[in-house]
Design a protein around this ligand. Sequence first.
Ligand SMILES: C[S@@+](CC[C@H](N)C(=O)[O-])C[C@H]1O[C@@H](n2cnc3c(N)ncnc32)[C@H](O)[C@@H]1O
Length: 305
Amino acid sequence: MDSSSIQPATVHVPVLPQEVLQWGAAAAEQTWVDGTAGGGGHCRLLADAIGPHGRLLAMDRDSQVAEKLTKQLSASATVVHDSYENVPEQLSALGWHTAHGILLDLGLSSDQLADRQRGFSFQSDGDLDMRFDTSQGEPVWKWLQHVNEKTLADTIYQFGEERFSRRIARRIVETRRTEPIRKADQLRELIYRCVPRPRSRGPRTSPRLDPATRTFQALRIQINDELGILKRALARLPACLEPDGVLLIISFHSLEDRLVKYAFRDDPRLQVVTKKPVQAGEDELQANSRARSAKLRVARRSDSP
Ligand SMILES: C[S@@+](CC[C@H](N)C(=O)[O-])C[C@H]1O[C@@H](n2cnc3c(N)ncnc32)[C@H](O)[C@@H]1O
């Protein structure tokens, strides 16, 4: 595979690049899957490692991302717009069936966060959409129009670990009686009125976390069924690995990391390779703040398919 055709038309910086190469040990002529191709950063590294006779399937659930990647990666990868839980179907459709390695780098990319129209960022004034695949389901702002208060509070609590979830849910339900909460900045201001601002110092607050962060994370996870998809993929993807093939998963919050940790530990087809999650070193942390919460876990297929 030749990565020279991949243009850096992205602001996204891939996390743990050296660690992915080290623990994945992608080698010439192998078949690899990048299930969350995003800005194509990890794809480029994998394409270089597997060389011109390797095969790379690059998937993304976001059609805009997949369209961009198709233009950038056509010489190096087969790009498909689909969810990573469907890796088995996509590998079969290509006649490849199994892979030496599968990489998932969960969550959203800096490109998506920076796109004001998508509503992922509480710093934007775009519509609160937050869907990765805008051809499916409903945008967050529509869901906020009809979800009942208890479900909303539970979602914000469970997926955002937000202790002011009940207050935020109540305020959303009160506000929507008179006007829809359609814009990201509208929701941010509503949250600010429910959650105390973090102090710069203090034992119980993080100086860095904006009060809207947890609620926005919870709504994104909910509207995209992110944990449901991850659970289904964890059950399905080991069967797509070659003997000794590796599954690498990078997660960004404890809900995902916990699912990955226990699925790897409890799956009789897998052997855990990383006893503890691999995290970014000082140099990467200095250069890329997104790497702060990234955790990489790796498992190897150890049964005989
Ligand atoms: C953190 S970014 C990946 C960045 C990429 N590794 C790189 O180096 O540029 C996560 C990507 O996963 C995509 N994504 C989210 N859920 C997905 C799913 N279920 N299936 C496939 N892609 C998904 C998002 O659209 C986003 O582009």
